[in-house]
Design a protein around this ligand. Sequence first.
Ligand SMILES: Cc1cc2nc3c(=O)[nH]c(=O)nc-3n(C[C@H](O)[C@H](O)[C@H](O)COP(=O)(O)OP(=O)(O)OC[C@H]3O[C@@H](n4cnc5c(N)ncnc54)[C@H](O)[C@@H]3O)c2cc1C
Length: 332
Amino acid sequence: MDMNRRNVLKGAALTAVGAVGATTLVACAPTASSDKQDEVLSATGGDQYNTAATAQRPWAFEVAPDPIPADQIAETIEADVVVVGCGTSGLMAANSAAEEGLDAIIVSASTKPTSRGGSNNAVYCKAFEAQGYPCVPIDQYQKEIFCQAHKVDQRKWYLHHNNSEEAMNWACDLMEKADYGIDTEIGTPDKEDSLYPQRTAAVGWNLNGQTPPEDGLEVVTGKMQPLFVWELARHLTDDLGGRIFYRNIAEQLIREDDNTGRVTAVICKREDGSYAQYVGHKAIVLATGDFSGDRDMMRRYCPETADYVKDDVCDSEPDWDQGFKYGGICKG
Ligand SMILES: Cc1cc2nc3c(=O)[nH]c(=O)nc-3n(C[C@H](O)[C@H](O)[C@H](O)COP(=O)(O)OP(=O)(O)OC[C@H]3O[C@@H](n4cnc5c(N)ncnc54)[C@H](O)[C@@H]3O)c2cc1C
């Protein structure tokens, strides 16, 4: 029997789907098949840990949702690249695409550009060079990976090693052109016999006497990403012709070839309850941050840390504008 969204809403999965259904971004993947509809995994239904038995069953979020009816889609907006999420990653992706001459747009649940972190790390950059601070050696990355018991996605770490100097120099140029000051945060070197003999270093920015782009914006050492994301958003829209659609919560992805091909569009819910469809002719980029607020996804992908997420992160709607804060926020 085909397992569709309506069937899944029976039984154990009900609570979990209800809790996350409003915000979880689900691809219209091919419909899963099973002759036992109730055998859908759900953390709130008692499936706390992955086992050999549970590995045979799909998680609720892996089952395709019923499509949003076409007559509920009030507007269709097209671009070359559609980026979902207006945090640092989404803004960098959209700026990069727009600088390559593509028509890039961002759709975001937030009401403004958002940033979660403080300092801006790179393997090396012109700001470090000006301070006489050395390039982070490759064995430092290997030590970091070792400290994470080799569980990290090593390709990403080496992407950082290979590309972060170019990216940070681009960022320094952007901020200098906007007349902001550049700061470096240089930590204290660890002892010679430590796993971390290297000092860590990061780049930050100061207002250089300018008015903050947002009322009350705090620009202090260790919390300097907000200034950067505001400038990224300004550069995208004012200098590169990109567009940002805030207050758009992405709910479903559209795939071509009867739900087997590439993702071509994303459907977002807007403040007035209507839906808008954003078509990306070349790419849809998901940059929606963490998924700590979805218990099932945490059980599936991060079982070793799922127990540490506080209940209110999963049981409440995220603050889409949330800045610096420990603990999870988003729902994937
Ligand atoms: C307390 C803390 C301190 C940190 N300190 C540092 C640091 O010093 N240096 C450092 O390099 N990194 C630091 N980090 C990590 C860094 O901040 C994050 O890795 C980075 O912010 C992730 O950026 P992102 O764009 O991927 O996600 P986010 O910044 O989380 O952005 C996600 C965006 O997507 C939007 N969104 C989410 N779901 C949807 C949806 N369904 N539809 C539409 N939009 C959606 C959100 O509103 C948001 O705008 C820190 C993180 C935390 C939490």
